[in-house]
Design a protein around this ligand. Structure first.
Ligand SMILES: [Mn+2]
Length: 648
């Protein structure tokens, strides 16, 4: 109480002095003016009070400014109301302090010197421990320059309390988990209704049991979707069990041959808002990678669980039709359409580009395909395109494309969704209208600025997707024979001759292309290997080493005209050999090492190469490393061992 009294006393003293001075004045002045004098005195007293208040306000304002200079976020700094805090001038005069500081020192200390008040403050900086009463504090002193003057902010941090608080905070962070049944509709179709209900009840029972174990709360919010909320401390048990519920639901006794699988997205954030957003992003990724797996997103990091099995084919044609309509709409508003694929383009990349060229041509738009260097995989097709009178100016270099990137241009990316893998990443930032079409599994670093994004990991190839888009784009669209051939070549190469990732819709797409003039024999010349590439590939296969049971690693020679293509082809060839389940082939490309990974299905090469920052599919994946060959080999071997340990 003494502090408040002292300032009040000071004010009363000032007022009393003024009144006394006024009375003195009044005594010497003629009687008839005395009313005015009384009014004047009152005004003076009022002024003084207002002025004192103003001084306080100014100090308060200055303190706020000083603190803001330091933290940029006043809330963060001052919000901890229980942390004693004082703001002083350079020589230690306090001009503002918070209630906690007042409580600590037990008096009103404005205008007082902090060093006189708390002598221990003056000690050299390394002695940061201060005992006050029976409590230990850590002194924190921050220098702030505001309007060319030096100020200090002092804080006394109660060590014990703050450690407890931050630990507690981490423990009780809200985790949001989204669970989706991947194949609800397939299940509904494949079994009788009452059995379907029984399975759904079984799935819910498993989710409910997990919610109990996690001390959480869950709610079904759509026929195939659940939301769960729990505290962060229980997340570890879920991680240790490698999301056991993924397997539990698959063990549900069931009559048909469709088993329920789950996709799970878990989000951890500083607030429920952030956790929810992270959970949605994680679920997206889990679904995009083929379902039957769990993804955790915390800050910018992702962790993956499950997903070892090949995803069942599940696609709805509605998506192609809706995408085609949206694409047409968007394309109609543009003047120019530019299409680009990934670096070292293959037949799928160029083939799908040619399908989209037909769409743009149908709408009468200017259209170009971006291409830098021709490689052995595409040179037969590129020669054919160049020979076509209609396509004289179709192929352009990245530099030429850059000049055409005006606000009325549309940029389309095909057969990749990773910005750094595109032929000319510089074009992406310039694109006002950006469209991405891809069939590779979603990695964590996909392009996220697209106006339209068509991603279908169940499709065999981008060419298959584009063939469907072409059919829905317009009834009257005409494909030139070379367009159809290019599309069919794309599907053929990505399915290794219709033997790999091939579904009903792959054949439907092929049959459509056949109808409009392409067939499997007429495109054979597009794949013909020359003898040199054949021999180079044989050498890589010969050099392969088995570094773990069923896993072969080899290196493609940098002397070949296209090491990256050679590596990809050799990796393909390796898994054709009995006893090899997965292969990795490294090659030098510029200053980087490029790795191609291939698998027959049991080993998830994507999970291995993701550890090295790569992307792709569980059976076809790639990565680029800024290392030399020996270091890259070592890193790859480590990643394989780590993967084997995780999945054992
Ligand atoms: Mn492809």
């Amino acid at each position: 109480m003494s502090t408040k009294n002292s300032i009040v006393k000071k004010q009363i003293l000032v007022i009393a002095l003024i009144v006394a001075f006024a009375v003195l004045l009044i005594a010497f002045i003629p009687l008839n003016n005395k009313e005015f004098i009384v009014i004047g005195v009152f005004a003076a007293v009022l002024l003084v009070i207002v002025f004192l208040d103003y001084l306080k306000l100014r100090a308060f304002h200055r303190a706020a400014q000083v603190i803001a200079q330091k933290s940029g976020n006043i809330e963060n700094y001052v919000n901890s109301v229980f942390v004693p805090l004082a703001v002083t001038t350079k020589n230690g005069k306090i001009f503002w302090f918070n209630p906690a500081f007042y409580m600590l020192v037990g008096q009103y200390v404005r205008e007082k010197n902090i060093y006189a008040l708390l002598s221990r403050f003056g000690k050299p900086d390394k002695d940061k421990k201060i005992t006050f009463g029976d409590k230990k504090y850590t002194k924190e002193q921050n220098e702030v320059i505001y309007k060319h003057k030096i100020y200090y902010i002092f804080r006394l941090i109660d060590e014990e309390k703050s450690v407890q608080a931050s630990e507690l905070y981490k423990i009780v962070l809200g985790v949001v988990m989204q669970i989706q049944i991947d194949n609800y509709d397939d299940l509904l179709r494949s079994i009788r209704k009452e059995e379907h209900y029984a399975i759904m009840a079984e799935v819910e029972k498993i989710i409910a049991k997990n919610a109990v174990n996690l001390h959480g709360f869950y709610q079904q919010y759509a026929k195939d979707k659940f939301l769960m909320v729990f505290e962060r401390r229980y997340l570890a048990s879920l991680m240790q069990s490698k999301f056991g519920l993924l397997d539990e639901v698959k063990k549900t006794p069931i009559a048909g041959n469709v088993k329920p699988t789950l996709s799970i997205g878990v989000g951890v954030g500083k607030s429920f808002d952030e956790s929810g957003e992270n959970a949605a992003g994680a679920l997206d990724l889990a679904l995009g990678r083929g379902g039957d797996q769990a993804v955790i997103k915390e800050k910018k990091e992702y962790r993956f669980y499950g997903g070892g099995q090949q995803a069942p084919q599940k696609r709805v044609r509605v998506r192609s039709r809706m995408f085609a309509a949206a694409l047409r709409n968007l394309m109609e508003q543009c003047d120019t359409v530019l299409i680009m694929g990934h670096t070292v383009p293959d037949l799928d990349s160029i083939g799908s580009a040619m399908g989209l060229v037909a769409c743009a041509r149908h709408l009468g738009k200017k259209v170009h395909v971006v291409l830098d260097k021709v490689n052995a995989a595409i040179d037969a097709l590129v020669a054919e395109i160049r020979a076509d009178a209609d396509y004289k100016n179709l192929l352009i270099t990245p530099d030429e494309a850059e000049k055409l990137m005006d606000p009325m241009a549309m940029l389309m990316v095909v057969d990749t969704q990773i910005a750094s893998y595109t032929l000319a990443p510089g074009l992406l930032a310039k694109a006002q209208t950006l469209v991405v079409i891809d069939h590779h599994l979603k990695g964590t670093s996909h392009i996220d600025t697209a106006t339209l994004f068509y991603h279908e990991p169940y499709a065999s190839s981008t060419a298959e997707l584009v063939t469907e888009i072409v059919q829905y784009f317009s009834d009257r669209i005409t494909l030139k024979p070379i367009d159809a051939e290019a599309l069919l070549a794309g599907i053929t190469i990505d399915t290794k001759g219709f033997s790999f990732k091939t579904g009903v819709r792959t054949f439907e797409a092929a049959s459509f292309l056949r109808k409009v003039g392409a067939d499997t024999t007429s495109i054979r010349h597009l794949f013909q290997d020359d003898l040199k590439t054949f021999n180079a590939r044989a050498r890589v296969v010969q050099d392969a080493q088995m570094i773990a049971p069923g896993i072969a690693v080899s290196v493609a020679s940098k002397d070949s005209p296209n090491p990256e293509l050679l590596a990809a082809q050799a990796a393909d060839a390796l898994i054709g050999i009995r006893g090899i389940n997965a292969s990795f082939v490294l090659c030098e490309s510029g200053s980087q090492i490029v790795i191609s990974g291939r698998s027959l299905g049991q080993i998830n090469v994507l999970r291995v190469l993701e550890k090295l920052g790569g992307g792709g599919h569980s059976t076809i994946a790639g990565a680029q490393l800024p290392l030399d060959m020996e270091a890259a080999k070592k890193k790859l071997a480590d990643a394989i061992q780590e993967y084997l340990k995780e999945s054992s």
